[in-house]
Design a binder for this molecule. Structure first.
Ligand SMILES: [Zn+2]
Length: 504
């Protein structure tokens, strides 16, 4: 069995998650489900990056220990993922005991190899962003990210020899065109960061405590990189040579937001090279989902708990919007108006309407019992061909991570079905006894197209697909069922409305 290892970034739980976190997680979920339906042994991992000064500070503000503080947020996040039907196989937390132990072993391994050495860190530090800046990165003394004042710091620290891997990294990127995607981000990494020269990286701190201690020098805690990035291998048991590590590593696809592409395509591969491990096959930097055109944050006042959208419009309306609205590499915008528009136009008018019309005709004219038919005319064959070709064309889009276009193809089939009803005019045929067989053929073709479309929809809108199969009186189907011919002569179930039109 072929394997597929897909990851989201581990999110920073300094506050409850917003729709932007849902975006990456839903897309990864759809891809993971798609691969499972294609017969892959899938490992889908998400999780949280829980250490660092920011969380230490936030927890203190509300009178909790850092662990108590993150525990609450993680419980909330897991509830959110459940409500969104996120089918992750593993949720890693960087406060997990096994992760902590593995990270200490990795740190020691690199130290013993000589790739980590002790030095002195001099630079500027932004407390809210938890970012270090070299003096040449900020002439004004302000944080280039947030504009706040930087603090001058100097302390003993361990460094990772990132510079040592510059050449090897450049070579890898050049010889593996799929390693960094989309292409624009690859060029940005090469020209803006790698070519100008990589500097060694500060990988420990002594100025805060909420982190994994360096076990051979415990006044230091491991700073961000080795702790956070190695989650993708510690979850599989590394440095132990476990079965799951041997099976799933290297990752097939790592999804990351564009702001962390640099860490995942420069620091992460260099660490893997230092550990003599293969690199992930593909790192994809996607755009941001903004809200009403701006970044999402509680302090900006545009934060809304994603569960409010789920409760108001249904989980599949939210999933559909996120998957359909934004071309995956680009930035996109989330607004309630746009969500309503998508739900009404696509889910109600195209899909819901099609299912309801077809079901009603089948029940009214044939008591819900439709027999297989092969007496097709030209107009029938056109629809049948579209339905039969759907899987191949969606496969191609998924391979290119064009999830929105994959959904567009599926809805094109549903749109064609609606047009087919309009053009074959079943309501007229129903008035003529001699046209009975013709009428049944049309309804049969519609049911088969809906069935095939729903098999493809399963990865994206699992609950909707389930509801459709139920109405068709079929067991849930997978990709391997798509080419067979179904019979509907046992009778369809009672029709139910899939999506209610949203009036606001
Ligand atoms: Zn800052």
């Amino acid at each position: 069995m072929k394997k597929y290892y897909i990851t989201t970034p581990i999110y920073y739980p300094s506050a409850n998650f917003h729709i932007g976190h849902c975006y990456t997680t839903i897309i990864a979920d759809a891809l993971a489900r798609y691969k499972r339906l294609s017969g892959y042994d899938v490992f889908y991992q998400t999780g949280t990056d829980e250490h660092g000064l920011k969380i230490e500070t936030k927890a203190k503000e509300v009178g909790l220990s850092p662990k108590e503080y993150v525990d609450k947020i993680i419980a909330d996040a897991k509830d959110l993922w459940e409500k969104l039907d996120i089918s992750y196989d593993y949720f890693i937390r960087t406060t997990d005991k096994e992760h902590i132990k593995s990270v200490q072993q990795i740190f020691k391994k690199l130290y013993e190899k000589g790739d980590i050495y002790k030095g002195e860190y001099k630079g500027l530090y932004c407390v809210p962003c938890e970012s270090f800046w070299a003096p040449n990165q900020s002439s004004s003394g302000k944080c280039p990210d947030c504009g706040r004042d930087l603090t001058r710091v100097s302390e003993e620290a361990y460094f990772f020899k990132l510079s040592k891997y510059q050449k090897q990294l450049e070579e890898h990127i050049e010889t593996h065109p799929d390693f960094i995607e989309p292409k624009s981000r690859k060029n940005e990494m090469i020209n803006n960061f790698i070519k100008p020269g990589l500097e060694d990286l500060c990988v420990s701190r002594t100025s805060f405590k909420w982190g994994i201690p360096v076990d051979f020098d415990d006044k230091h805690v491991i700073y961000v990189w080795i702790d956070a990035l190695s989650n993708y291998i510690t979850s599989l048991g590394y440095p132990k040579e476990t079965e799951s590590f041997k099976k799933y590593w290297p990752a097939d696809l790592q999804l990351v937001g564009k702001e962390i592409v640099r860490f995942h395509t420069i620091i992460w591969p260099a660490l893997l090279m230092a550990l003599d491990l293969p690199l992930p096959k593909r790192v994809y930097g996607h755009g941001w989902l903004t809200i009403d055109g701006g970044k999402i944050s509680k302090s900006l006042g545009n934060y809304k708990d994603p569960r409010e959208y789920i409760d108001a419009y249904g989980v599949d309306a939210v999933r559909y919007f996120v998957l359909r609205e934004v071309p995956f590499g680009s930035d996109g915008n989330f607004s309630e108006e746009a969500l309503i528009l998508r739900t009404n136009n696509d889910l109600c008018n195209i899909l819901g309407n099609l299912l309801s019309r077809t079901m009603q005709m089948a029940i009214k004219y044939f008591d819900g019992k439709i027999t297989i038919s092969d007496k097709n005319e030209k107009i029938d064959n056109e629809l049948i061909i579209t339905a039969n070709n759907l899987k191949d064309s969606v496969d191609k889009k998924i391979e290119e991570l064009k999830v929105n276009e994959a959904l567009e193809l599926i809805f094109d089939l549903f749109r064609k079905c609606n047009k087919y009803i309009d053009e074959t005019t079943p309501w007229l045929l129903s008035k003529d006894e001699k046209e009975n067989k013709r009428l049944e053929t049309i309804i049969y073709n519609l049911l088969e197209s809906i069935r095939k479309g729903s098999i493809m929809l399963n990865a994206f809108l699992p609950q909707t697909a389930k509801k459709i199969f139920k109405q068709l009186n079929l067991e849930e189907q997978s990709f391997q069922d798509i080419d067979k011919s179904e019979n509907y002569n046992v009778g369809l179930e009672k029709p139910e409305i899939l999506f209610k039109r949203i009036v606001k």
